[in-house]
Design a protein. Structure first.
Length: 767
């Protein structure tokens, strides 16, 4: 009996395509040494990162000033006209601070509109982040890119503005300062913004546009960028999430469009102490440079007076090229797919190569597979979170062993798919069973065409599958080579999403990845259906899944470099004279138990004032602490008068110790009008009345220990009820608290007020 080697060939072919997809995502020259001065050098960029990320440098710190001075000097070394911009801004996040932007400008020969290169230089507060990836990598990319650009004396018509923005981590304050107060902002035609939301992986392009994206997409395509990672679905999802960047301020306030570039893998390091040089992926930095150099050359010579468009384009990357076409093609392509599908069904049933019962069984198995896998993976992850409660410590939603879980669930899903379809053996069965996934995909694309047009390119693999299905209905036989080639569109378009979904949006979406695997497997039934001994393939993938889950279990703990986040705050209520140790942690460890004990109290009462945090974190536990001498701020009512029906107030809050943040709250029954803070109003304030969802009015991040001055009015009959929380981020540095240093497998929890001395008090007239 002649052996059938096609299954092995197909497996190797599909594996090779998948390897090629991921291999082609990023540059491979990150380790090159002695790169010519005329080219972008990752190593030279890394030298900048090493200097910028030596220490945490959040706004208000001494190291922050050092970084600003370094950047000013580096721009001047390049011969770039440089200036400093300072001022207060209060952004839509409700965060107030005094920002210091570093600006540079390179004159063009025939300026239309300027090209702006943007990245922020502050690191995240509260968590001792060194900001190597977020965002020293962006700064370094621009510095090294400009060095090569100027070394080559690259001709350019447009002015090039460099903006190293401040206070991005607080609420895009530096970008807001530039956009609202700098006349250069009116001259900007396009922004290239370099960011990071993790410490490794490919960099993704996410554009921000005012209307249609067609002009932006087509010009980006013309720039001939290598290693593009982007698609129109990504921006559709991005617009739904609360992940604004500095570029968002340009788009919303000045209608200026642009491109974001950011790498997002190893999200667990984002905003943590582990955002350092050692954890940053050099290839991710090289990828940023591979975007900047062609775009800098192209857009510095393109007319940027009008980048708007009334039309939208579908776009997506492939290992061969960057593909784009108009949204207007979506419905015609969907119509073609639907007509072809119906026609093939008509022919297939007419020739009796399609059997209604077999097709029905195909639908039944496909739905069982989808529902079973979807439900299993959804609840399996919830069970895993119960078995490994420490995973809840990582607020980003992606654990250190997250990749093992991704591969484990993918392998398990493939195991189930091969098991479900183990009895398929003939060409006719395979093609009868592929009817269900093609039909479901057509329905999915119909929904996409109406509700999520950015994903319109999902129709391309369906059209490829219809070609194979059409060949069968016409010739009454299948062609293994043709079917194998027709798997390429499905692999190129869908496979990256299988891993990107949980990486970008958290492991809670593992179930979505598994469902997508089932949907793609269905399209590939003409190939996988030919595999002999599918039970053995099922067993192989099951063993692989077990291996990945064992790997995840072995690596479920914490260690140096994969540290446990924890938090500690000293909470002093100056009105009641009560003091507590408190934390945001759900799982206490040996360090926090030193202060909270083995059986701490629940801290619900400490959450009466809604402290700002990205994931709406609350204090979890508390324990009474020894009273320490903490100097209260001086509160002065500079103005307190009645004018008509309103009480006019101007309140000055001056610190009597070194502080980093003020959080101001007011009873929600208090209607507040014409609010200004340190002379500035909220960037998005549209009416005189302050609109707020809760008691919080604003958070003020203090620079140079400058006081906070609030001016506002309230109805004169309103009872005045305001509170403040004053915080300093130096709990571990203050000797009077005698807080032990964390062990090397621990680090401060990000996104929350951490390692802080917190003082709460009412705002009232002091006698």
């Amino acid at each position: 009996m002649k052996k059938n080697y096609f299954p092995l060939i197909a497996f190797l072919f599909i594996s090779g395509i998948i390897f090629w997809i991921y291999y082609s995502m990023m540059p491979k020259n990150a380790d090159e040494q002695n790169v010519a001065l005329s080219q972008f050098s990752t190593q030279r960029a890394l030298d900048h990162v090493a200097i910028l990320s030596k220490s945490p440098h959040c706004i208000g710190s001494k190291k922050h000033e050092n970084v600003a001075n370094y950047l000013e000097n580096e721009l001047q070394k390049l011969g770039i006209e440089t200036k400093i911009e300072e001022g207060f801004t209060l952004t839509e996040w409700g965060n107030l601070t005094k920002s210091q932007n570093i600006l540079g400008r390179i004159k063009g020969t025939n300026n239309s509109k300027a090209l702006l290169l943007l990245s922020h230089y502050d690191s995240a507060p509260h968590s001792k982040s060194k900001g190597a990836s977020d965002d020293a990598s962006g700064i370094a990319t621009i510095l090294e890119g400009l060095r090569a650009f100027l070394h080559n004396k690259t001709p350019h018509e447009n002015d090039i503005i460099v903006l190293f923005s401040d206070a991005e981590e607080l609420g895009l304050n530096g970008a807001a300062l530039f956009v609202t107060q700098n006349k250069w902002a009116n001259e900007v035609g396009l922004v290239l913004n370099f960011e990071a939301r993790g410490t490794s992986g490919p960099s993704y392009m996410l554009m921000e546009v005012n209307k249609g994206n067609a002009e932006m997409v087509e010009s980006f395509s013309d720039a001939k960028v290598d290693f593009v990672n982007s698609n129109s679905l990504m921006y559709s999802i991005y617009k739904m999430l609360p992940n604004d960047t500095d570029l968002t301020v340009f788009r919303e306030q000045k209608q200026i469009q642009g491109f974001n570039f950011a790498f997002i893998d190893n999200h667990f390091n984002y905003h943590t102490e582990q955002d350092d040089l050692q954890h940053m992926d050099k290839s991710a930095l090289a990828h940023q440079g591979s975007y900047l150099m062609p775009l800098l050359k192209y857009y510095s010579n393109k007319d940027l007076k009008n980048t708007n468009s009334d039309e939208d384009n579908i776009y997506f990357n492939t290992p061969f090229c960057f593909v784009n076409y108009p949204f207007s093609w979506i419905f015609p392509m969907l119509g073609i797919a639907f007509v072809l599908f119906l026609g093939m069904l008509f022919v297939g049933f007419g020739k009796r190569i399609l059997d209604l019962k077999t097709v029905g069984n195909g639908f039944l198995l496909f739905f069982i597979n989808l529902v079973t896998i979807g439900a299993f993976t959804f609840f399996a992850w919830k069970i895993i979170l119960m078995l490994y409660p420490q995973y809840n410590d990582i607020l980003q939603g992606f654990t250190y062993n997250g990749h093992a879980y991704i591969y484990g669930f993918i392998a398990f899903t493939l195991s189930v798919c091969f098991f479900v379809y183990r009895k398929l053996s003939t060409e006719n069965q395979n093609m009868n069973f592929v009817v269900a996934p093609i039909f479901i995909w057509i329905l999915i694309n119909a929904g996409i065409a109406i509700f999520l047009k950015g994903a319109g390119f999902f129709l391309v693999p369906i059209l490829a599958s219809l070609i194979g299905f059409g060949y069968f209905t016409i010739t009454q036989k299948t062609n293994n080579v043709l079917n194998l080639i027709l798997t390429i569109p499905s692999l190129i378009i869908f496979v990256p999403f299988i891993t990107t979904l949980p990486i970008g949006l958290g492991l809670k979406l593992l179930f979505a990845s598994s469902i997508l695997v089932v949907l793609v497997f269905g399209l590939l039934i003409p190939v996988f259906g030919t595999f002999q001994k599918k039970g053995n393939w099922s067993l192989l993938f099951f063993i692989l899944a077990i291996g990945f889950f064992v790997n995840a279990h072995v690596n479920a703990g914490y260690e140096f470099g994969k540290a446990k986040p924890n938090s500690l705050v000293y909470y002093f209520d100056a009105d009641t004279k009560k003091t507590f140790w408190t934390t945001y942690d759900k799982n206490l460890d040996t360090w926090t138990k030193q202060y909270l004990g083995e059986n701490p109290q629940v801290a619900n009462d400490l959450n009466s004032l809604p402290m700002f945090s990205k994931y709406d974190s609350k204090f979890t536990f508390k324990k009474t602490a020894e009273v320490q001498n903490i100097a209260k701020p001086k509160i002065t009512f500079l103005i307190d008068s009645i004018s008509g029906n309103f009480r006019m107030l101007k309140i000055k809050i001056a610190p009597n110790r070194k502080v980093n943040r003020y959080d101001i709250f007011a009873n929600q029954k208090m209607e507040i009008y014409n609010l200004t803070a340190n002379g500035t109003k909220n960037i998005n304030q549209k009416t005189s009345k302050l609109i707020r969802e809760n008691q919080r009015i604003l958070s003020y991040y203090v620079v140079d220990n400058l006081p906070l001055e609030l001016s506002f009015s309230i109805p004169k009959a309103t009872f005045f009820d305001m509170k403040l929380i004053e915080s300093s981020f130096d709990l571990l540095e203050q000797k009077q608290f005698n807080v032990a240093k964390r062990q090397n497998w621990m680090m401060p929890t990000p996104f929350v007020l951490n390692d802080a001395v917190l003082l709460k008090m009412n705002i009232n007239q002091q006698l």
